[in-house]
Design a protein around this ligand. Structure first.
Ligand code: PGA
Length: 248
């Protein structure tokens, strides 16, 4: 069984004052799952110092594929590791749409993250049009196919299924729809990397996960956790989601 993971993606939200949310999270320890917060890059180092000694991991939302060099404004995986990050989110649909990131970019970044000894959370997800035309599984497996390097490190790879139309909208696929995609992703991973490595990779669902729907989503087979945006910004919203995963 993969380890369960509740991952919070703060996106472009939060200045120093937001670090107080981490104090509230570490005061509510949960043993049944891993917990990760990915704040903006400006807060990673202070966040990592603040939760030091606690079971709360700090991650990044993005990185460059190169080790170093003339890439103004970018950060390498090694820099993020040095700042205290243990995970990096890659290929989020907002990066794919705002910055034109392709599967090839995501693949190179995933390789860089794994080489730096960090864990990669690789995101895939279909648009509403793709879902309505019945192409969801084809789209997400093609994204995965192009976004994962030839050699992976199963215990440092996480996949997040995030339907674009469910992100920040309050809309969520039906539970059988989530189950069908997760089953398809597991089967793709198993065909490509073998059943045992594939079985170790957590599959997260993301898109409008809230305290009110978390438990039913975590009860779906092959859902090993969540990538949570809006509801991870406040500890009072994220804690019940962590609790639901921890006891699922
Ligand atoms: P949301 O975002 O929970 O606010 O829908 C999820 C995500 O983009 O990871």
């Amino acid at each position: 069984m993969p380890r369960k993971l509740a991952a919070g993606n703060w996106k472009m939200n939060g200045t120093s004052a937001a670090l107080a949310e981490l104090d509230a999270l570490v005061q509510s320890p949960f043993s049944g799952c891993d917990v990760l917060i990915c704040p903006p890059a400006t807060l990673i180092s202070r966040a990592a110092d603040r939760v030091s000694g606690h079971d709360l991991a700090i991650g990044a939302q993005e990185c460059h594929w190169a080790e170093s060099g003339a890439h103004t404004g970018d950060l390498s995986a090694e820099m993020l590791r040095d700042a205290g990050a243990s995970h990096v989110i890659l290929g989020h649909s907002e990066r794919r749409s705002d910055h034109g990131e392709t599967n090839a970019h995501v693949c190179a970044k995933t390789q860089a993250v794994l080489t730096a000894g960090l864990s990669a959370i690789v995101c895939v997800g279909e648009s509403l049009g793709q879902r309505e035309s019945g192409r969801t599984l084809e789209v997400v497996t093609q994204q995965l196919d192009g976004s994962l390097p030839e050699i992976i490190v199963p215990d440092r790879l996480v996949i997040a299924y995030e339907p674009i139309w469910a992100i920040g909208t309050g809309k969520v696929p039906t539970l059988p729809e989530i189950e069908a995609v997760h089953r398809g992703l597991r089967s793709y991973l198993s065909d490509r990397f073998g059943a045992e490595p594939a079985g170790a990779i957590p599959l997260l669902y993301g898109g409008s996960v809230k305290p009110g729907n978390a438990a039913e989503i975590f009860a779906v087979s092959d859902v090993d956790g969540a990538l949570v945006g809006g509801a991870s910004l406040k500890a009072e919203d994220f804690i019940p989601i962590i609790a639901a995963l921890s006891t699922s």
